[in-house]
Design a protein around this ligand. Sequence first.
Ligand SMILES: Nc1ncnc2c1ncn2[C@@H]1O[C@H](COP(=O)(O)OP(=O)(O)OP(=O)(O)O)[C@@H](O)[C@H]1O
Length: 642
Amino acid sequence: MKSDQDSTRGSGTLTPTLRAEGVGSVLSYEHLSYSVPSASNGGSKLLIDDISLEVRAGELLAIMGPSGAGKSTLLDLMAFRKEALPGGKATLNGKPLDARSIAKVSCFVEQEDALLGVLTVRESIAYALRLHLPLMPRKQVNERVQRVITALGLQSCAEQKIGTPISRGISGGQKRRVTAACAMVTFPDIGDFIYSPSSECQKLDSTAAREVISSIRTLALAEGMIVVASIHQPSLDTLSQFTTVVFLAEGKLCYSGGVNELDAFFDAWKRPVGRFINPADHAMNFLNTDFNASDSEKSRSTAVEDFREFFLSYRTRRNGQQSSKAPGTLVATSSSDVLGETPEVVTKGKAGPVATLGLHTLILAERSVKNYMRNLLAYGVRAGMYGGMGFMLATIWIRLGHKDSIINDRLSVHFYSVAFLAFMSVAGIPGFLEERSVYYRESKNGLYTTLPFVLANTLVNIPFLFFCTVLFTVICYWAIGLNPGAAAFFRFLGFLFLAIFAAESQVVVVASLLPIFVAALAITAFLNGFWMSVGGYFIKARSLPRFWYYSFHFMDYQKYAFELLTNSDLRGVTFTCNTIVNGACACAYPSSTPSTCTVSGDDVLNYLDIDNISYGKWAAIVVCISIIYRIALYGALKLRSK
Ligand SMILES: Nc1ncnc2c1ncn2[C@@H]1O[C@H](COP(=O)(O)OP(=O)(O)OP(=O)(O)O)[C@@H](O)[C@H]1O
């Protein structure tokens, strides 16, 4: 829990209920149960069965148990990431807690390492701190980041990149420590720290695991924090860093008490821990029934039941003996003492809500720009692809000229530019999915909300996509011989950019809802194919079946973009028609000037029913579609975070 000094320092970050809490706080959970619908019996399956726990400031609690015992589920319930069945309650010093209040005083380290591969270890941690305290002076940021790097033994890889599919970065264990560091660096403003190394502890060698837990323990004791960790197979050294331990089996509580009381517990049960045996391993021998020789589920459950029954009677006896002891004997210093910062410095790191939104947006945008610039695979290849497509058009549709026979080729340039460039927005999915996973880790830990993430993504998308559009247009526009006026060139650039931006906005919505690359790719490809079909190019709009015409045709950003490009290119242009032998003139499109044997671009637009468009209105519609997609992105991210 936060020290008193912390509470005053972190103004605006704690709810009034929690502000007054301080050293010696008690976090208590009563009757936590959780069930999921069961397909086998049509009822429900109890994953956590009536668990009550109490953790005090300065304690490190290890949750242990065999695989599938319910450790992660319990941790999720404690952090309000899952909703307990009615009857369960959580309190902090007797005052009820809810999802909002716990989020403000806690931090959760996910099982997955969601990090941006192109950032260095130091940058990753620094961004976490800057997002937490956006106004903190750079010098203080650097100093605190350095302390956390040292505390977690990351000095040797501090300047190394996390790693991408094409460049190997730090090891799995180091990644785990960076994830912990990103949470630890925000400690001085955080009360509880819920840490979930779970299986990842296996990624750390035993020395590193002990060091990580030990550095967390130092901070926890100094700041009166509570640390709860789900952990597998700790070494004796690592286990001894914890103050308390909980053993679960089949969703039930089988032991809760001090780590140093384990020996006494097993002695009392007449199953003493042997010499050189880790008490955690000893407990698991009774609780892990997966590999018991007996096939009978009943006899396996009996082993767990015996353990549990003895613990319940042991606890009753123990509680009776300890009832006279005063709780909360730990003394905590303030975090500022530990990290060498004055309370003012940290207060200054906080900003008002509007300023925070602006600062978060800027910091996230800055990080994204770094990601774009360094991530050659995700963004360099993508920009190169737009350039390559420009080159392809320039060399295949080269110098189309002004004969009526090439009018269709010219129309296809506009269709292809919009449809194919929009289609290739699927290449943005991997990069977005990486940023999305970092967003979830950070936003769940309260570093920022969804809005700045959406705004930053939008802000950074705009220049990147504009650059791609310029690259494509500059390479192919003049080589094809499109409308030579400067105004027409800039309109082509602008309208094509709007289409690509709308396509990108659509992609990020799909990838937010379906964060699996192959699935998002398939759905986006389908959508783009669908928009191509109802856009009015393959089948003229007036010939479309009425349902498609009156519904999706008018929602299709590709339709508006195609009509904009075509109008901008053909208006005012004249094409010469082929003459036939007897002197009569025949044009590919109905001509309003047969006497001169020409057909104007306006005649073509008129024939296609796309001559009455307003540049301003059509462009505004594409912008509106993009805005709707961006709002949907916000909604999709919020929806998925539930
Ligand atoms: N949504 C769900 N539907 C059905 N069963 C579930 C669901 N979530 C979890 N379970 C089951 O609940 C049990 C507890 O899962 P949980 O992930 O909490 O276990 P754990 O102790 O963390 O396991 P591990 O150590 O292997 O990660 C497991 O048997 C799991 O299969």
